[in-house]
Design a protein around this ligand. Structure first.
Ligand code: DMJ
Length: 455
């Protein structure tokens, strides 16, 4: 009897010791200063690689050490997308040089068909935020020129934009679009309207957003594809993933940035339907999956790297409880293979699309949650994700995406959003709050910080 008691006592002490050690390990304070400095080092590593092998071009291909221009001629995608990050991370001299290069060399007078959504969020958004940071009027002139060249996209029977427009001729094409592309324009076009005093930019982009919302189903959901000429849905799958994601993000953010009561109402209606039909409880975890936009019937039980922006939006909308639970689920998806896949079946706990193109969304949500909760847990999360990214995606000259998070085989592409978003959100997570006034900032979906400088 005495022996058994002694044994249980010893086991209890051992268990206590193990728990204490692991608690001490996980609760060890994250050294934010050191991590912010590491993010800067890695940013420079990637930036120097871009400069050495792809300068003046859109994006770097880091394995073949060459470049890609999206439309066969450069739009300086990486420099424009990176400029406000260069300023925020404190590389002022480099930023000033890059800004001068952009204002001296960037021209939109090109006979190319460009994708309105991508050009708006990366280039128009980048020019506007950098203009607000520096006051360099040439950036605003470029933004207005670009805005004017993009405007013909809205000349459809419904007012929702075509996907492509020719920058020289204004000819549009591709009427089958999606809510992300029809509804992720108002932060940029609206800001352009306010800064140039030309309301037409606001009106056109707002109408596109409203026309998308007006076509929601009776239960309040939107589908994945819509024809902007007929207004008919061509794909009725509903979710918060790519092709829909930032439509919801902009309803909320435009309500805040422009104090727009219509956007507020559209957001409030939408989030009720999203939580009712897309939210999914599995094994006590919260996920957001797919459903039919008309019946609400559950579709694929998939979540992924793109969906991982949603905790940030939930937090910004005031629903911290769902935001925290969803972020825990997203982090579980990340840790399954040590880095997050593009798409994951949360029911089966299986990767369904294995690539990782250096996406930022889960980092963005970590930053928002740390901002709202101050919980050290989010610093730990960010630290682990940053270290995993360095471990698996760093190359001798820059960073590259992965073909597969399972095998860790690399692809040969560094998207400009790695500078614009991923590294910016890591830096902001680890830097002192004074680096950027969160309350006075709305990030566009490409993480370009926009400030309300108008009444
Ligand atoms: C970015 O261009 C934007 O964040 C967009 O909203 C979604 N895709 C990429 C990053 O993953």
């Amino acid at each position: 009897m005495k022996n058994t008691l002694t044994k249980s006592f010893v086991s209890a002490i051992l268990l206590f010791a193990v728990v204490s050690v692991s608690f001490a390990q996980t609760s060890a304070k994250v050294n934010k200063t050191q991590l912010a400095a590491q993010v800067k080092t890695e940013f420079l590593h990637a930036w120097n690689g871009y400069k050495q092998y792809a300068w003046n071009h859109d994006d770097l291909k880091p394995l073949s050490k060459t470049y890609r221009d999206w439309y066969g001629t450069t739009l300086l995608m990486t420099p424009v997308d990176s400029l406000d990050s260069l300023y925020l991370l404190g590389f002022k001299e480099e930023a000033d040089k890059t800004r001068k290069y952009i204002t001296d060399n960037l021209s939109f007078d090109k006979d190319i068909d460009v994708q309105n959504f991508e050009i708006t969020i990366r280039i128009l958004g980048g020019l506007l935020s950098s203009y607000q940071m520096t006051g360099d009027k040439k950036l605003l002139v470029l933004a207005e020129d670009l805005g004017n060249r993009l405007l013909p996209v809205f000349n459809s029977p419904t007012g929702m934009p075509y996907r492509y427009v020719n920058l020289k001729t204004g000819k549009v094409k591709d009427p089958v679009s999606n809510p992300a592309e029809t509804g992720t324009l108002l932060i940029e076009f609206g800001t352009l309207a306010k800064l140039t005093n030309k309301p037409v930019f606001y009106e056109k982009a707002k109408r596109a957003l409203v026309e998308t919302y007006k076509r929601r189903s009776a239960i309040g959901l939107v589908g994945e594809n819509i024809n902007v000429e007929t207004g008919e849905w061509t794909n009725k799958d509903s979710h918060v993933s790519g092709a829909i994601d930032s439509y919801y993000e902009y309803l909320l953010k435009c309500a805040i940035l422009f104090d727009d009561a219509d956007c507020k109402k559209m957001w409030q209606d939408s989030i009720v339907a999203i939580n009712k039909y897309l939210a999914d409880e599995v094994r006590g975890e919260l996920w957001y999956g797919h459903a039919d936009m008309n019946t609400g019937k559950r579709g694929a039980t998939k979540y992924g790297a793109l969906d991982a922006f949603f905790p940030a939006v939930l937090a910004l909308g005031g629903d911290l409880e769902r935001a925290k639970r969803l972020q825990d689920s997203g982090f579980k998806m990340w840790t399954k293979h040590g880095i997050e896949p593009e798409e994951f079946d949360y029911q089966k706990q299986e990767v369904t699309y294995p690539s990782y193109p250096l996406r930022p969304e889960i980092v963005e949500s970590t930053y928002y949650l740390y901002h709202y909760t101050g919980d050290e847990k989010y610093l730990q999360m960010g630290k682990q994700m940053f270290e995993d990214t360095v471990k698996y995606c760093k190359t001798d000259v820059a960073y590259t995406g992965l073909k597969s998070v399972v095998t860790k085989e690399k692809n040969d592409y560094m998207h400009s959003f790695f500078f614009a978003e991923t590294l910016k959100y890591y830096f902001l997570l680890f830097s002192p709050p004074k680096t950027l006034d969160f309350k006075k900032t709305i990030f566009n979906t490409e993480a370009h910080p926009i400030k309300k400088t108008w009444k």
